[in-house]
Design a protein. Structure first.
Length: 275
């Protein structure tokens, strides 16, 4: 009963600006006419939720579409009894339930009867109509990568995309997207100024040409400076060193060929397709 990782959500103060950025730079399509709704690359439902007081900012959660939600609940109950599943409010549209992995990383569950309309809106032509630039991977940092990877294999039948190397990173896939489960170590943040918790780390986007992507990024910034990647204009040496240390950590992703952040400081990297 394979699950499909088809949803990524960002908690944003300025959803409209974020939508402008990702649609202009990467060509993601709007799902609706709403100026602050969802985008899609033809497979991933990319949401920008208004950040409310007390809610965390940035990459917030992800979601799976499954054919048999009762089977998912059975597997979780039998194999991971400390993990809970809850229903979501009906106003959430395509999302029926939510759960978490053994370290508390939350995900949504969309199932067949809810997914039919979603597929009609998003996965045109059976999911083959993907944008030229599209999601390649979702990266998350956790305390115990093998344990967390096993959870997603046990519950959603995610396959091993490649065997882990000396860095201990687990690479899973649903057949379309790579789920990169990276180790979180507090010492990795020693020079970064602020220690980040285990959480979603970044998104990765496949592009036809890094040069073309950079040209489109420059054109976007020139036309929409209010929707440019956030710029820290503070120039103290300490802050420059901290920013550089955090970027070095991001660069440990083996798919990273170029990296940046969006208008609300969510990291992304890009990988150029070969051939």
């Amino acid at each position: 009963m394979p699950g499909k990782l088809t949803h990524i959500a960002i908690s944003a103060v300025t959803p409209r600006i974020m939508k402008t950025f990702y649609s202009n730079v990467f060509g993601f399509r709007p799902i609706s006419e709403s100026p602050d709704g969802f985008l899609t690359d033809g497979y991933i439902n990319f949401a920008f939720n208004y950040r409310k007081p007390g809610y965390q900012a940035g990459l917030d959660h992800y979601g799976f579409e499954v054919d048999d939600v009762e089977e998912v609940k059975r597997r979780i109950a039998e194999l991971y009894p400390t993990v809970d599943v809850t229903t979501r409010p009906a106003v959430r549209g395509y999302v029926g339930m939510a759960s978490h992995d053994p370290e508390g990383h939350c995900f949504d569950l969309t199932y067949t009867e809810m997914g039919e309309q979603r597929r009609k809106n998003i996965m045109k032509d059976g999911g083959q109509d993907r944008t030229t630039r599209h999601f390649h991977h979702l990266a998350m940092r956790v305390l115990d990568p093998p344990k967390i990877a096993k959870f997603y294999q046990d519950v959603f039948d995610l396959a091993v995309a490649k065997q882990p190397g000396p860095d201990g990173v687990q690479h899973l896939t649903d057949g379309e997207l790579i789920f990169e489960i990276m180790p979180w170590k507090i010492k990795d943040y020693a020079e970064c100024g602020i220690v980040e918790r285990p959480n979603l780390d970044h998104i990765g986007i496949s592009v036809e040409s890094i040069d073309a992507y950079k040209a489109d990024l420059a054109a976007h910034v020139a036309e929409f400076p209010e929707a440019a990647p956030w710029a820290d204009k503070r120039d103290q040496e300490r802050l420059r060193n901290e920013r550089a240390a955090r970027e070095r950590l991001l660069h440990t992703c083996e798919y990273n060929e170029s990296q940046l952040w969006d208008p609300e400081c969510c990291f992304f990297d890009v990988i150029e397709r070969k051939g």
